[in-house]
Ligand binder design. Structure first.
Ligand code: SF4
Length: 241
């Protein structure tokens, strides 16, 4: 759906913006977005490889884009260690959002500490409390949400656009790496010595919470390691499609 958006300097619609961004590199696109929406652009990082590329693009240009992450309380220690390493390398502070203590206590008392294994409904409740609610807090008051989504990541993400209106969060979503291939991303990481999660070297591709992520086998879908016991769509509610 086409959506009118008001930037500081002009009124745009999503297709106009997409047209402008299509001819730019990811780094140039981020710079344009930061310029059009000053102080209103945020980037959510899960410390995955795509997100590490975007952090590099933002910090190397010193763009005024707030980088934030969601600590669900169930992340791998390697992910938190990478967060610290990333802050140190890029001399930046990543704002960390946490779930509400009272919501987590209520959830755990209802479904149990690992109740997400028992049903899709329980799993979605856990993702809602630990991810979706903190995300809403992080996005509130902003105009653009930058994400590291790539179209190639899974079939569910194939219909994505570079710029799209996120109805659930009432915000414009910008996916600068939309058309990057996996190999292109890995070359970029190696070339620039970008820090990455050591779990990637052990077969983990898409890394989320520790109890809900496993390494994948050669030839499996990149997101097969997320909620591997489920048959459902491999998304947690952060991204509507
Ligand atoms: Fe809970 Fe697993 Fe979702 Fe993390 S990925 S929020 S542990 S269900």
């Amino acid at each position: 759906m086409q959506q009118k958006i008001k930037s500081m300097s002009q009124s745009l619609n999503t297709s106009d913006l997409e047209f402008r961004l299509d001819s730019l590199s990811a780094g140039e696109g981020l710079a344009l977005i930061a310029e059009l929406f000053p102080g209103k652009v945020v980037f959510s990082t899960s410390l995955g490889q795509e997100d590490q590329v975007i952090t590099q693009l933002i910090t190397s240009q010193n763009l005024p884009i707030q980088i934030f992450s969601l600590d669900t309380g169930r992340l791998f220690p390697e992910t938190l260690e990478l967060l610290a390493r990333t802050e140190s390398k890029y001399k930046t502070r990543i704002k960390v959002y946490y779930p509400e203590t009272s919501s987590v206590e209520k959830l755990v008392s209802e479904i149990g500490i690992n109740g997400f294994y028992e049903s899709v409904e329980n799993r979605k409740s856990c993702c809602y409390v630990r991810k979706v609610e903190p995300l809403k807090k992080a996005l509130a008051g902003n105009q653009v949400w930058v994400t590291g989504l790539r179209a190639e990541q899974s079939a569910n993400r194939g219909g994505m656009k570079r710029v799209e209106w996120d109805e659930a969060n009432q915000i414009l979503k910008y996916n600068p790496l939309l058309d990057w291939t996996f190999d292109q991303m890995i070359s970029y990481i190696n070339e620039l010595n970008i820090p990455y999660n050591p779990l990637h070297d052990q077969g983990f591709i898409s890394i989320g919470c520790a109890p809900c992520t496993r390494a994948i086998f050669p030839g499996e879908d990149p997101r097969a390691g997320r909620w591997w016991w489920e048959d459902s769509k491999k998304e947690c509610g952060l991204h509507a499609k």
